[in-house]
Ligand binder design. Structure first.
Ligand code: NAD
Ligand code: UGA
Length: 464
């Protein structure tokens, strides 16, 4: 079966870039990305391609090439579903904030709404692809809704989790380590559906990297991959604290450990704590699923990854307070970086949010500079925590347009995102314009200790 029309529900960080790359690589397939968020769709359609709603290196060029040719962004969800042979569901699956599983389980209401809409609209057979990250066995629920509320058409459900990382999304999509496709490989129709999706990716991904499995393995592999990745960060962060007590240096330790080919060198960078929309939510989901099967030891094991991460964020903020003579009340502290990592404007679960919140509780005056994050986003992130009134957040935390405005007259500077430009700052100027002693905290191991100490900074870096 050759796919001619693809619809993707959800024009977010995954749906947008993924579909842009599929459209670019498969010019004969029409790809329509739909969303209920009108503003987002408007931004995807902005005449100036630099104004698309997601910042990812290389993305605007891909969108520019395909948009209007075979890549379309629309709010007409019904029309796109009706026309498609293959429908990707790429909507958000946040942690539940209410009811059973609150704070742990994935909230699948957006997924279910998509399924019901597909069932209502579809008049011919469809392949439905889970692109969102979902608890294992969600495909069963999807199939149940589609088969029982639909118009009697045949649905094949595939799981095709996305492994892209933000900041490198386009590279990851162009050259993935693997593409995972789970389907009902025991039936002819199921096999055909898997092959149809394999053919889409085979336009640019070598066949040996297209991995097909049963649906449950595919769903669970995504949660497993994120849990393993996050676990590595928590493992090295646990060591960073021990390094600080013993005179070892966490960068040296991670290099030494990573050179063991069985361990590998990637994802061993100590930091102020991992952020991003998925690691925490997916591990909580895994913990919840394990508990629901009565696997309490399994649940406790993975939960520790989150507890260690919370500890790392808290201990970094506490270190600032302690170093500034146990009080930051009324002191100006500059935070460089708000995004959860460099090269993205995404701030979801960013460690910076929690560090700022901690310091605000200690009555500090915070000034933020981030090259890509908008001021409204920073306030929205803080307001979401509900730690104080939004007026107070606005009174006590300011956002500025240059790093030097942030650092000028400050008692301390903390690097919270590893933006390249922070390496190149005129650190002598920063030092000259700060109050003395000038405290500099590196939560990303971005800066060289020697040169900063030569300038005169009191320098602290995670893990050394
Ligand atoms: P997102 O919030 O950026 O985008 C989701 C979009 O879906 C939103 O724009 C929302 O308006 C839209 N939406 C929700 N319900 C809808 C409906 N019924 N009809 C139409 N549109 C609807 O989320 P995201 O970061 O793209 O993540 C999507 C999924 O992909 C999640 O399950 C996530 O875990 C997974 N994932 C994310 C990443 C990442 O790097 N962000 C990577 C891999 C996997
Ligand atoms: C992560 C995974 O890397 C992707 O494979 C996955 O698809 C995605 O989650 C998802 O499911 O959403 P992402 O969160 O975009 O991607 O970014 P990462 O590069 O994984 O970084 C996550 C966090 O860990 C960041 O805050 C980063 O600074 C931190 N990190 C990462 C470290 O502190 N140390 C490291 O060595 C690596």
């Amino acid at each position: 079966m050759k796919i001619k029309n693809i619809c993707c529900i959800g024009a977010g960080y995954v749906g947008g870039p993924t579909m842009a790359v599929i459209a670019q690589k498969c010019p004969e397939i029409n790809v329509t990305v739909v969303d209920i968020n009108e503003e987002r769709i408007k931004a995807w359609n902005d005449e100036d391609v630099e104004n698309i709603p997601i910042y990812e290196p290389g993305l605007s060029a891909v969108v520019k090439e395909a948009r209007g040719r075979n890549l379309f962004f629309s709010t007409d969800v019904d029309a796109a579903i009706d026309k498609a042979d293959m429908i990707f569901i790429s909507v958000n699956t946040p942690t539940k904030t209410y009811g059973i599983g609150k704070g742990m389980a994935a909230d699948l209401k957006f997924i279910e709404l998509c399924a019901r809409q597909i069932a209502r609209v579809s008049k011919d057979d469809k392949i439905v692809v889970e692109k969102s990250t979902l608890p294992v066995r969600t495909a069963e629920a999807l199939k149940n809704i589609l088969d029982n509320t639909g118009n009697g058409v045949n649905y094949q459900i595939l799981s095709n989790p996305e492994f892209l990382a933000e900041g490198t999304a386009v590279d990851d999509l162009m050259n993935p380590d693997r593409v995972l496709i789970g389907g009902d490989i025991d039936t002819t129709k199921g096999k055909e559906a898997v092959e149809a999706l394999v053919d889409v990716y085979a336009h640019w991904v070598p066949r040996e990297r297209l991995l097909t499995t049963n649906v449950w393995s595919s769903e669970l592999s995504k949660l497993t991959a994120n849990a393993f990745l996050a676990q590595r960060v928590s493992s090295i962060n646990a060591m960073s604290e021990l390094c600080e007590k013993t005179g070892a240096d966490v960068n040296e330790v991670s290099k030494a450990v990573g050179m063991d080919s069985r361990i590998g060198s990637k994802f061993l960078k100590s930091s102020v704590g991992f952020g991003g929309s998925c690691f925490q939510k997916d591990i909580l989901n895994l913990v919840y699923i394990s508990k629901s099967f009565g696997l309490n030891e399994v649940a406790d094991y993975w939960e520790q990854v989150i507890l260690m991460n919370d500890h790392q964020k808290r201990r970094f903020a506490a270190k600032i307070v302690q170093t500034l003579f146990n009080t930051v009340s009324g002191k100006k502290i500059a935070l460089l970086g708000w995004a959860f990592k460099k090269d993205t404007n995404d701030t979801r679960e960013s460690a910076a949010i929690y560090v700022a919140d901690y310091l605000l509780n200690e009555q500090a005056e915070i000034v933020i500079y981030d090259p890509k994050v908008k001021t409204e986003q920073i306030y929205a992130d803080l307001d979401y925590l509900n730690s104080r009134s939004s007026e107070e957040n606005r009174a006590r935390l300011k956002v500025v347009n240059t790093p030097y405005e942030a650092t000028n007259d400050s008692h301390a500077v903390a690097v919270l995102t590893e933006w390249d430009e922070f390496k190149e700052l005129d650190w002598q100027k920063v030092y000259n314009e700060m109050l003395k002693p000038a405290f500099l905290f590196d939560g990303r191991r971005l800066l060289k200790r020697k040169t900063k100490e030569e300038i005169g900074f009191e320098f602290y870096a995670i893990g050394s």
